[in-house]
Design a protein around this ligand. Structure first.
Ligand code: UGA
Length: 436
């Protein structure tokens, strides 16, 4: 099959490379000439484990192309995917569909023959209808079916998630479009991955319902963590104790500093808007958004408490800035709320992140960026782990202790064990477990 992929962000680039790896011929299109030039010279604009190799292999095999010119790729395509960003609209939190509609107009001017136009971007319920209306208006002659095919990949595990998904959701009831989509996902079909055909609106909602549910699940365990701290219980054992119940499931029950990233924060708010507009508010998700926002400030207070209430003139060392490990993405990262709150209370902050420093320098003011965890520990009055990168899991703690002004550790991802830390002589605070 011939695929045109509009947008080379996370979703577009990973999906494009993976479809090429399935054996399809894929052209990725982006308006950003610099990005396309970089991709054509073999450099990948984002940090995603394995993506560089996958792109290189498929470019070499003659199945994956990058261009700024949509014309040829769209004209010859069986399927045109829209994989552009749908950020939160400033001020009101609705998904900003400017890029989606601009891509639609561009595609409408070009399509030839039967073409399936697929939204891979996360788009609110009814966006497919709007896209269809644009085609009807601009190209009443075109033979186009608009399909929703949301993506469920996680940053940092994107290739694995694309190639071995729990399910593929395809929103179309049109048999010719279903056949094209089935053919595109044939390798997964052979693997017996469930491929769920639904109406377009249902498929659009499934994406939001999934992300909001996961955000709710994380927020639930975060609130349980607070309760554990108050009553002397251990949240990790609570998570295990409830997660072994097959109806609940153990995934996404890691308590931490609150969810961040490019998806959960914007998608929960967009779902709240959709639901309010439909006259059926999703109050659980409204509360989730509020609790998660407040949590970041609460995490800063945890650090203040670890230093007995006084941050003035103190040096806070921060390990991990990205919203999660294995990405360079800083969007809505908890660090962006926690660090300024510490600075407001008079702390000096020095920080390290394995992949996020480039972006972090643009987003965090007044922070001294260091080259490794030990530089961060040097002269610090407290060390705060905000992101659970693997390399922070096996730090040389004796060395860290010697480098610090005082051995105080605030572990917002529970990557160390309280009893070990006590044995090593650290004052140790974590999430949902007794401080030692
Ligand atoms: C999320 C979803 O997991 C994907 O299925 C979805 O495709 C994607 O959004 C999207 O809509 O594009 P992602 O944002 O990459 O993926 O990252 P997650 O692994 O879901 O983590 C999101 C946030 O939740 C992070 O800040 C992470 O630290 C936090 N989290 C996650 C926890 O605090 N605890 C957990 O147990 C799991």
């Amino acid at each position: 099959m011939r695929v045109a992929m509009i947008g080379t962000g996370y979703v577009g680039l990973v999906s494009g490379a993976c479809f090429a790896d399935f054996g399809h011929t894929v052209t990725c299109i982006d308006k950003d000439a610099g990005k396309i030039a970089a991709l054509n010279s073999g450099s990948i604009p984002i940090y995603e484990p394995g993506l560089d190799l996958l792109v290189a292999q498929n470019v070499k095999a003659g199945r994956l192309f990058f261009t700024t010119d949509a014309a040829e790729a769209v004209r010859g395509a069986d399927a045109v995917f829209i994989g552009v960003g749908t950020p939160s609209r400033r001020g009101d939190g609705y998904a900003d569909l400017t890029y989606v509609y601009a891509a639609t107009e561009e595609i409408a001017a070009l399509v030839e023959g039967f073409t399936v136009v697929v939204t891979k971007s996360t788009v609110p319920v009814g966006t497919g209808d709007e896209i269809e209306a644009i085609f009807k208006r601009l190209r009443p002659d075109a033979d186009v079916t608009v399909v929703s095919n949301p993506e469920f990949l996680r940053e940092g595990a994107a290739i694995e998630d694309f190639k071995r998904p729990d399910r593929v959701v395809v929103g179309t009831e049109e048999p010719r479009a279903q056949a094209v989509m089935r053919e595109l996902y044939r390798p997964l079909y052979l693997n017996e991955t469930p491929i769920l055909f639904t109406s377009r609106r249902t498929s659009e909602l499934i994406k939001y319902a999934a992300n909001a549910f996961l955000a709710l699940k994380i927020t639930y365990i975060n609130e349980m963590a607070d309760l554990c701290e108050a009553v002397g219980a251990d949240v990790q054992q609570v998570a295990r104790g409830i997660g072994l119940d097959g109806r609940i499931g153990g995934k996404f029950l890691n308590a931490g500093p609150g969810y961040g990233g490019s998806c959960f924060p914007k998608d929960t708010i967009a779902l709240v808007r959709t639901a309010r507009d439909a006259g059926t508010p999703v109050e659980l998700i409204e509360t989730t958004v509020k609790v998660n926002d407040e949590r970041k400030r609460a995490m800063a207070r945890k650090v203040v408490k670890a230093l007995n209430g006084n941050l003035k003139g103190k040096t806070v060392g921060v390990l991990g800035l990205t919203f999660k490990p294995n990405t360079d993405d800083m969007r809505d990262a908890p660090s962006l709320a926690i660090i300024p709150a510490l600075q407001d209370r008079g702390a000096k902050v020095q920080a390290f992140d394995p992949e996020g420093l480039h972006e972090a320098r643009e987003l965090l003011r007044g922070v001294t960026f260091k080259d490794d965890p030990y530089d961060v520990a040097e002269g610090a009055d407290v060390l705060v782990i905000i992101t659970e990168w693997d390399q922070f899991r096996a730090l040389d703690l004796d060395r860290i202790k010697l480098l610090m002004n005082a051995p105080v550790l605030v572990d917002l991802r529970n990557i160390y064990k309280p009893e070990d830390m006590r044995a090593r002589g650290f004052a140790y605070t974590s999430v949902g477990r007794a401080a030692v």
